[in-house]
Design a protein around this ligand. Structure first.
Ligand code: PLP
Ligand code: COI
Length: 364
């Protein structure tokens, strides 16, 4: 499918490379344009790049009433050659279709998703933030637009992509470990539900837990399974811990856990990292005991926005807490972070196919 362009006039667009003067926060800024595609009459049509603006939606749109909406999160990086590279974007495109299947939404050709994302980055390439540790965050999303109050899958959708020049997800960045709240009060997902999808509704459902976590000084909740036995994941990242011998343990992917591309990448990198990375179910009781006994020495979260976020402390509802190791960023976590971001930034050779160059196609 061809993409049509209706761009802002040159005088209204960014004309110089973007050099932020203060540390960028996550997800606040937008670029000049967005990508839109409509699904109507059982087919995707009208692929276009247009100025970033509001999107008119019917007040009866199914996405608004029944939450039939999903999204993805990916990043692009600028390398020393001045070119921009998307990171594992094919995995995001694939996962979008997994989420679409779970939410009864239409499949969207993965090559077209990538073409759309790259075309948009190309148009707005001057928005790439020239700041240490910053990147271009890519947010593809799909939502139901049919005007109907009956509860059924929509017959109309919009797929869109917006970009956000972003800094770290947690304001203190990698250097200051975060705190997570372990609670039996809230659950993110149940088996047979939508936990493995990047469904907008999962995030709406996590807000109350997130606010609760803040009361304890924690950034997020570390969710348990619905029987409060196993550790699952946090609201916006998978979870990991590291044992004394350097083994990295990620809770096994079930239908209540999002299949994190960061987790999958760390699993794939275990040989070059020289660390054993395993997936298995992690019992909460065992996890807590092993932190107390010093068998677990590091822990954290894996995610596109979160990257590798060390966790220094777990807080419980009764106000008690446990510190992981010495509460600081551990040597294994640091090694993983440096290797992973080194690949993303082009300083360390990436496995084949992980980075795709954004070609210069827009001649305007
Ligand atoms: N789990 C949840 C609930 C998330 O929102 C995210 C973020 O995307 C992740 C895990 C990490 O997934 P990824 O590494 O693909 O970004
Ligand atoms: C991501 O890491 O890309 C996410 O989607 C997490 C969050 C910002 C919701």
């Amino acid at each position: 499918m061809e993409i049509s362009y209706k761009l802002k006039s040159k005088s209204d667009r960014r004309s110089e490379p973007f050099k932020p003067t203060s540390t960028l926060s996550f997800g606040q800024l937008r670029t000049d344009h967005m990508f839109l595609l409509n699904y109507e009459d059982s087919k995707w049509q009208n692929a276009r790049i247009v100025p970033y603006s509001d999107i008119p939606v019917s007040p009866g749109a199914i996405a608004i009433h029944y939450g039939q909406a999903l999204f993805e999160g990916a990043k692009a990086f600028m390398h020393e050659d001045g070119e921009i590279y998307s990171f594992r974007i094919d995995k995001n495109a694939k996962r979008l279709n997994v989420s679409a299947e779970i939410l009864c939404m239409p499949q969207l050709d993965e090559e077209l998703q990538i073409k759309a994302i790259h075309a948009l980055i190309d148009v707005d390439r001057l928005w790439f933030p020239l700041q240490e540790g910053a990147s271009l965050y890519i947010r593809p999303f799909m939502f139901a637009t049919e005007d109907s109050l009956g509860v059924h899958p929509s017959s109309k959708y919009i797929f869109a992509v917006i970009l956000s020049p972003s800094g770290p997800y947690y304001p203190a960045g990698f250097t200051k470990p975060i705190k997570l709240l372990i609670t039996k009060k809230f659950h993110r997902a149940v088996s047979g539900g939508t936990g493995a999808a990047k469904a907008a509704g999962n995030y709406a459902a996590s807000l109350r837990a997130g606010e609760f976590a803040k009361k304890f000084g924690a950034s997020q909740v570390l969710y348990l399974d619905s029987e409060n036995k196993y550790i699952e994941e946090a609201g916006a990242m998978n979870h990991f811990h590291i044992e004394k011998d350097g083994t990295v343990v990620i809770p096994e992917f079930t239908d209540t856990i999002l299949r994190s591309i960061t987790s999958e990448s760390i699993l794939e990198l275990q040989n070059v990292l020289g660390l054993k990375v395993v997936q298995r179910r992690v019992l909460l009781d065992e996890f807590v005991e092993k932190i107390k006994s010093g068998e677990i020495i590091e822990a954290g979260g894996f995610g596109t926005a979160a990257v590798i976020s060390p966790v220094g402390e777990y807080i419980f509802e009764d106000g008690s807490s446990i510190t992981v190791g010495d509460g600081k960023v551990g040597k294994y976590t640091k090694k993983i972070y440096e290797y992973y971001t080194g690949i993303q930034n082009g300083k360390i050779k990436a496995p084949d196919g992980w980075l795709k160059k954004v070609e210069r196609i827009n001649k305007d």
